[in-house]
Design a protein around this ligand. Structure first.
Ligand SMILES: Cc1cc2nc3c(=O)[nH]c(=O)nc-3n(C[C@H](O)[C@H](O)[C@H](O)COP(=O)(O)O)c2cc1C
Length: 212
């Protein structure tokens, strides 16, 4: 019984890394955590050369990663919303799963899936809904989805919306770095952490029941 955790973030302190890890820790299942930004995975070329073989012709690390996912019982995938959809690093990975599903193959059909999206507007769920859609189009068994308010880069760069020194954070009514720190919104909150833990418990119990 093994699970794979994937974060599509390139950030050191990424929420997706932390949340995916928290879910898997709570599942008490053996797991491997993979950071997509460390791998060389290009986007789909749309060449359709995968149609006969279900194997993409691009020679990169997509193949070793998919071998691991095919062998695993569960995939917990987390990534952030960049401009209304999942960030490009994560998008490239999901595009490439097109290669797997010709002629009714669907090698990850039934693999348990958990989607974790970082979205400022939790109602819109732009990153989470993309991940869910991709899991379902691969016929995975989506068991849970969690949307967490993502990290707000504008609180950190120091230049504010106008991108001029001296205009620090003024677009959001904050005029000093100290002010910004005190007004920083809570991101990965206690409530979200509780939800992540309960998803982890659910995942662990389903996996143990499946193999009992
Ligand atoms: C280039 C860029 C574009 C972004 N666009 C959006 C966006 O359109 N909507 C949104 O809610 N968050 C947006 N964000 C914020 C990210 O979703 C947020 O930083 C999230 O926490 C990233 O996931 P991570 O913490 O796993 O790195 C953007 C961030 C960057 C760097």
């Amino acid at each position: 019984m093994k699970a794979i955790g994937i974060s599509s973030s390139g950030r050191e302190g990424a929420y997706s890394k932390r949340i995916v890890n928290d879910i898997l820790m709570e599942s008490h299942v053996e797991f491997e955590m993979i950071h997509l930004a460390d791998l060389n995975i290009k986007g789909c070329l749309g060449c359709l050369k995968c149609a006969r073989s279900n194997r993409c012709i691009q020679d990169d690390e997509f193949h070793t990663l998919t071998d691991k996912i095919i062998e695993a019982d569960a995939l917990v995938f987390g990534g952030g919303n960049y401009y209304g959809t999942l960030n490009a690093i994560g998008h490239a990975f999901w595009e490439r799963t097109f290669a797997l599903r010709h002629q009714g193959a669907f090698p990850i059909e039934g693999t348990l899936g958990v989607a974790v999206g970082l979205d400022r507007d939790k109602e819109k769920r732009e990153a989470s809904s993309f991940i869910e859609r991709m899991m379902l189009s691969n016929k995975m068994a989506l068991i849970a989805s969690l949307t967490v308010s993502g990290h707000q880069q504008c609180y950190d760069c120091g230049f504010g919306h106008e991108c001029k020194e001296g205009n620090v954070y003024s677009h959001i009514g904050i005029t000093s770095a100290e002010d910004a720190e005190s007004k920083r919104p809570l991101e990965y909150t206690c409530e979200d952490q509780k939800e992540a833990r309960s998803i982890g418990l659910l995942l662990g119990s389903i996996l143990r029941a499946k193999t009992a």
